[in-house]
Design a protein around this ligand. Structure first.
Ligand code: DCP
Ligand code: MG
Length: 605
């Protein structure tokens, strides 16, 4: 558990080895990369910057948390452990009973999406290492560039250091949306109710199509990928499994242009899970991974089951449940018997329309159905699927329980109003029964929904948030860690009066930054909710910006607005590379080059 002396002495000789950022985490196509070289370059190029200082603060925060948790673990008596073992065993049995092997889920993810689209329009890029983005931030890199350690979310100037012949292409969202729409037309043929998780990713329930066409999941995946290629000229990868959580893991296994099928068989799932590193699971990011590894020695998903008693003792019930269900290889399937009757939901699917009177009519029908269902609850969630298959979830927790269709309609209408005008193809209402002590759990559920519309894609920040509530922490650093969680949690919540309130974990002073849960309000960068780590890093950049501003306050340099200084710096970087200044899209105009945060504070680079 504790780091050996050997490790700590080697880390003082090679400090970059303990410097982990999102840039050093491997993506598909990066298996053969010299990780230590990448770590060293990233370390050297960021050392001394505000970003680096912030990373160090985060690291210190994490270490402190790990120490606290270890101390809590050490305090557990044998009787406590056997008590929590019984709790864990019970949950394992209960969760196992929810296993549904009747569905076939397919997760599809385009290969190096933006880069592949750019290569389609400029074939001379084929075979050359290239990245989409700028000196400040890379959106993605093709597989040739990944061999050098270049990856999404990495500042371009670091990427240049890793791969000097890297070609940069500016982002063009119109193009990506166009190709994304083409892929979605294909997906619709296999599952008209598929859910798009981002421009290049979707989940399809292919149970029906497999049955109707007497095809296996593998055959459907092959055919779908071929049809995507025919429609777009682009390749994609797919994962097939009995649930969405594992389907996503599977789609990454044979990237690019490949697929992996996990059969609907418990033994096969358990074997698959037994050696699966926890980090492969959507929702387990850097922080959670470190905590699980350093406190409990949990490395694989199977370890999560072995250490169930400790997880139940130290984490909130919803987080412990998430970990145990991952250990069992469970994930969302949406079969009715899977959900316990803690909530009821009702949905209506229709052809995409902007007709607001029609939406209110649907809400009336849904509210009436809810009343007939006879449940009363305090948390009402409105889920919308837009014409372009984006899922939005808005929720309110009330001070008192409601059950009448009139009340449900009143609150649902308040949730819908700020979304208008919008073109929708689905409206869903969900009513949860919860007591005030459930608020953390509700917040977690809400975050999961905000993430992707899927409960199995829990947000890492929520897990950490839930846990930090029970221990002492440094509020300044916590801000760093929870920024995104809070933003996700409360973006778009409406300021209600009367009997309405928000979950106890809210922090009203924190401004949200993800517009439509997708686009950074501060700089226009687009990052889908599933990029948990990247979004965390991105929030941190803005935090570093704030710190930089604070430090410079009173300085004559401050007379120039920060954004201007940054633009100046970006154009200098461009000039020094002998490049033409990029044409900025409206969102690019607002873009704050991330390299600005790498300005050395003590000495100049
Ligand atoms: N994206 C982004 N910023 C990030 C990560 C991704 O703008 N930090 C964009 C560019 C990607 C697209 O989203 O092309 C899809 O993201 P993926 O993670 O699926 O990455 P790619 O499709 O580029 O590569 P692959 O899926 O082959 O690993
Ligand atoms: Mg992709």
């Amino acid at each position: 558990m504790a780091k050996s002396e050997e490790t700590s002495s080697s880390s003082s000789l090679r400090p970059w080895q303990s410097y982990h950022t999102v840039y050093t985490n491997a993506k598909a196509g990066m298996d053969g990369v010299d990780k230590e070289k990448v770590q060293r370059v990233v370390y050297e190029m960021s050392k001394g910057s505000k970003y680096f200082e912030n990373e160090e603060r985060k690291e210190a925060y994490m270490k402190q948390k790990i120490e606290n948790m270890r101390a809590q673990c050490a305090k557990l008596k044998a009787t406590d452990i056997s008590h929590y073992q019984r709790v864990a065993d019970k949950r394992i049995v209960e969760l196992e009973a929810t296993r549904d092997l009747s569905r076939i889920w397919l997760h599809v993810d385009m290969d190096a999406f933006y880069a592949a689209v750019e290569t389609l329009s400029n074939p001379s890029l084929k075979g050359r290492p290239m990245a989409v983005g700028s000196m400040s931030m890379i959106s993605t890199a093709n597989y040739e560039a990944r061999k050098f350690g270049v990856r999404a979310a990495m500042p371009g100037f670091i990427a240049c250091k890793l791969c000097p012949e890297l070609v940069f292409v500016p982002t063009d969202f119109k193009k990506y949306t166009y190709y994304s729409d083409l892929t979605r037309k294909v997906y619709q043929e296999y599952d008209p109710n598929f859910t798009a998780a981002s421009l290049d990713e979707a989940y399809l329930d292919i149970t029906k199509v497999c049955k109707e066409r007497s095809m296996t999941g593998e055959e459907v995946a092959e055919e779908l990928r071929l049809n995507v290629y025919k429609a777009t000229g682009l390749t994609c990868s797919a994962g097939v499994s009995p649930n969405r959580l594992l389907a996503k893991v599977c789609s990454d296994i044979n990237k690019p242009n490949g697929q992996f099928v996990l059969p609907n068989d418990r033994a096969a799932i358990m074997t698959f899970i037994s050696s699966l590193p926890i980090r492969k699971i959507g929702g387990i990011g850097k922080v959670t991974e470190h905590i699980l590894k350093d406190v409990f020695e949990i490395k694989t998903c199977e370890d999560l089951l072995q250490k169930g008693s400790f997880l139940c003792a130290l984490f909130s019930p919803s987080s412990a449940d998430f970990f145990i269900s991952v250990g069992l290889g469970l994930g969302g399937t949406d079969a009715p018997q899977v959900r316990s009757r803690k909530s009821m939901s009702n949905e209506r699917t229709f052809s995409a329309t902007k007709d607001e009177a029609f939406f209110y009519q649907k809400l009336e029908m849904l509210s009436a159905d809810m009343e007939k269902g006879g449940l009363c609850g305090r948390t009402l969630t409105l889920k919308l699927k837009t014409a372009s298959f984006e899922v939005r979830t808005r929720a309110v927790t009330l001070q008192s329980y409601i059950w009448s269709s009139k009340d449900i309609l009143k609150h649902a209408s308040k949730l819908l109003k700020p979304e208008l005008p919008v073109s929708l193809r689905l409206i869903e209402l969900d009513q949860n029964i919860c007591s005030s002590s459930d608020n953390n759990e509700k917040a977690a559920e809400h975050n999961e929904l905000e993430g992707n519309g899927y409960k199995d894609q829990i947000n890492e920040n929520t897990l950490v948030e839930n846990w930090t509530k029970s221990s002492a922490f440094d509020p300044h650093v916590t801000e760093t860690h929870s920024l995104e969680g809070k933003n996700q949690d409360h973006s778009r919540r409406i300021g209600f009066s009367d009997n309405e309130t928000e979950p106890s974990s809210s922090n009203h002073e924190e401004p949200f930054i993800w517009l439509d849960n997708y686009k950074c309000l501060l700089c226009g960068v687009e990052l889908p909710p599933s990029f948990v780590d990247e979004r965390q890093e991105h929030s941190d950049f803005h935090l570093a910006e704030k710190l930089q501003e604070e430090e410079e306050s009173g300085d004559s340099y401050k007379k120039f607005p920060l954004k201007h200084r940054m633009r100046q710096k970006e154009s200098i970087v461009g000039q020094s590379k002998g490049k033409k200044k990029q044409k900025h899209s409206p969102s690019n105009d607002k873009h704050i080059p991330i390299d600005a945060f790498f300005t050395k504070t003590s000495q100049n680079s």
